[in-house]
Design a protein around this ligand. Sequence first.
Ligand SMILES: [Zn+2]
Length: 466
Amino acid sequence: MPLRLFTRLVVLAALLSAGRAAPATPGWKAGLATADITPQAAQWMSGYGSRNRPAEGTLHPLFIKVLALEDAAGHRAVVVTSDLLGIPQTIYDRVCAELKQRHNLGRDQIMLHASHSHCTPVLRGALYDAYPLPETQKPVIETYSNELEAALVATVGRAFAALAPAQLAAGQGETGFAVNRRNNPEAKVPELRRDRALAGPVDHSVPVLAVSSPDGALKAVVFGYACHNTTLSFYQWAGDYAGFAQIALQRSHPGVTAMFYSGCGADQNPLPRREVHQAERYGNMLAAAVEEVLLRAPAPLPPRLRTAHTFATLKFGPTPTPDELAKLAQGPPTTLTRWAGRLKAELQAGKTLPRSYQYPVQVWRLGEDRLWIALGGEVVVDYALRFKKEFGPSTWVAGYANDVMAYIPSARVLAEDRPPRTNGRPGYEGNTSMYVYGQPAHTWADDVEDTIAASVHRLVGEVRAR
Ligand SMILES: [Zn+2]
């Protein structure tokens, strides 16, 4: 072939392919929706038993945000993030039932996250023993919880309606404001930090899921961090550092939805704390870690999604005896006396206290090797470190997912917190937090970590086999 003709053919072929869209290989679809859930009524705030009156204002609005996903084979799922302390079982159950009916979603396809901000509203039945709740608050909380359920369902519907072709990518950054609160006295943290002497396990990773349109424009960023949202403890609605991080990312990427989920931060605090400027600073640090991941161009995820879910039966430790409850119920009203008095009354009314809890465990596989494990309750950091070691570095582990019913100590934390405690630690995560959550025992049974790990391993096997 004469060279000139060959050149013309090459140019013609190039022109033809440039004028055509990329071959239509099926890819991801993603849809987004957001709803403002800031309470309008004077409502009690969650997380601290020391508050003695309802909220008095708003630092910034609270949101639920939904990312609906569909993979190339048409398998669907939703990620829901929220500025809430934790979603209680009744709300989890009712929302899942409604999403089954409206969108045919199973529990494996629904991942509900809570940021665990302590400047968010008390929800139905959650930690009632922990607060000096006036009776007049209960209908206010009930009304809000019903409205929240409706908002969750409606927002998922809007996200599905917005499904459009998308690209997903994953990466991981790091930031270091979380401190292991069991191993470092709060007042000493600035000094320990200065001396590089902070102790105890931490997980400073910042997992990032980036969602873009086919032309590469960022649409949403989902990111996590393993640390309590307890910088603030005042009487204003706020998302704490996670709220500030989402605000910072949405300001720097106009039109993008920024979504936060909690890692296994049950024994981690943002320290030092209590000032608004500190919450904002930690939020900016977290946002900067996300920005770095975005700058490095996270790795694309092939359009394959597998989802699995189970309930692990977590056994409680010994049931307190009626005599013990009668003793604990004496004295001025505290979380402990309210809890013991309530359980005592239930036993006297002939009720049997539950001996176990149906604990939600969920695993997703995104693309080829990205695992996303989502665990209920306030999960201590040992679980995240363990599962990353067992399943590899492309593993994300969320706590505070789906149903937050109690702290979830590891075998180590449970053993450390078993009385008589000799190390001077408060023994909260493994022991005294159980009555704060209203559970009918002082501890989980000794095999709590083994039981959860067995379920996680089974589900990881399932999503990897398919
Ligand atoms: Zn907590």
